[in-house]
Write a protein that binds this ligand. Structure first.
Ligand SMILES: O=C(O)CCC(=O)C(=O)O
Length: 287
């Protein structure tokens, strides 16, 4: 593998219209970019077609089934384990997942929303909330990432519509500008403490449903959560985390960041730009 991989080799396995849908330009307005930067998140409708979500979703679901080991009943799992089945870096194992993760359309949207000249992959992850699955507690993601930048962003892509009973992702508007709760891991503590602080700060929460084809982007410091899955269907979601090209590795500040450095940026060195073989450049302005 090279650190400047830009082609999506799995695209040859996908119908041409799906490969084109993953690649083509999806315009984003100056107003949408400003809204993302102000709110710390944005939801965009009609980004991917039903055919794309269906084709890629089948491959991603097969990979989740193959790699998920947790068959214990919900009652015997922790809050984190009840929240979702979590499978990471599917792109390394499955060519269709790779084509999805390497979507130039999504990477370009991420770059344009952040206002940077290129984006690299941190990792992808499928987050499948099972029927009867529990809440995803309030948290912000960058607690886990030893990256010396605020230019980090996650795209959350539901592989089917997500009505309220299924546990859509909810966001605390403008919470990326707050400075509390950033050290809390995803846990019962983060759920209670962050909820308390967000209520005190009087920040609005966007907790709407997602239509088929709608995706969200949220910043690494934006607090978010999801409700339990009270439906009888799996809430299948694929995500990609991106960071601005040129970002340097920060000294890991906790054990999660230490583990993330070793797992997602193996061989990277503190103070140097992160560009390992696991962090391909997925979009660059002018390409
Ligand atoms: O899908 C979920 O329930 C949580 C997603 C999340 O925390 C994330 O993508 O950062």
């Amino acid at each position: 593998m090279s650190s400047s991989i830009t082609a999506a080799s799995g695209s040859t396995l996908l119908p041409a219209a799906v490969a084109a849908d993953l690649h083509e330009h999806h315009p984003v307005t100056a107003d949408q970019c400003a809204r993302y930067r102000r709110q710390g998140f944005i939801k965009l409708k009609d980004v991917l077609s039903a055919a794309t979500l269906h084709s890629a979703g089948a491959a991603i679901s097969a990979e989740v089934a193959r790699r998920s080991r947790d068959v214990r009943p919900m009652a015997s799992r922790s809050t984190y384990e009840k929240a979702f089945l979590q499978v990471m870096n599917l792109w390394c194992d499955d060519p269709i997942a790779r084509a999805f993760t390497f979507s130039r359309k999504l990477a370009r949207l991420a770059g344009e929303l952040m206002g940077v000249d290129g984006v690299r992959l941190y990792h992808d992850q499928a987050l499948y909330k099972e029927p009867g699955g529990g809440i995803t507690p309030w948290h912000c993601d960058q607690q886990y990432w030893p990256l010396a930048t605020d230019h980090t962003i996650t795209v959350w892509v539901p592989l089917q519509a997500v009505p309220l009973p299924m546990g859509p992702l909810a966001f605390s508007d403008s919470s990326h500008r707050t400075d509390f709760g950033r050290a809390l891991e995803i846990s019962d503590d983060s759920e209670h403490e962050v909820a308390r602080r967000l209520t005190l700060a009087d920040l609005p929460v966007d907790e709407g449903a997602f239509a088929l084809g709608e995706v969200s982007f949220h910043s690494g410091w934006t607090f978010h959560r999801a409700g339990a899955n009270r439906s009888s269907d799996m809430r299948a979601v694929m995500t990609m985390i991106y960071f601005a090209d040129g970002t340097r590795l920060a000294e890991p500040a906790n054990r999660n960041q230490q583990r993330d450095r070793d797992t997602w940026m193996p061989g990277s060195r503190v103070g140097e730009a992160v560009a390992t073989e696991l962090n391909p450049l997925l979009w660059s302005r002018g390409d």
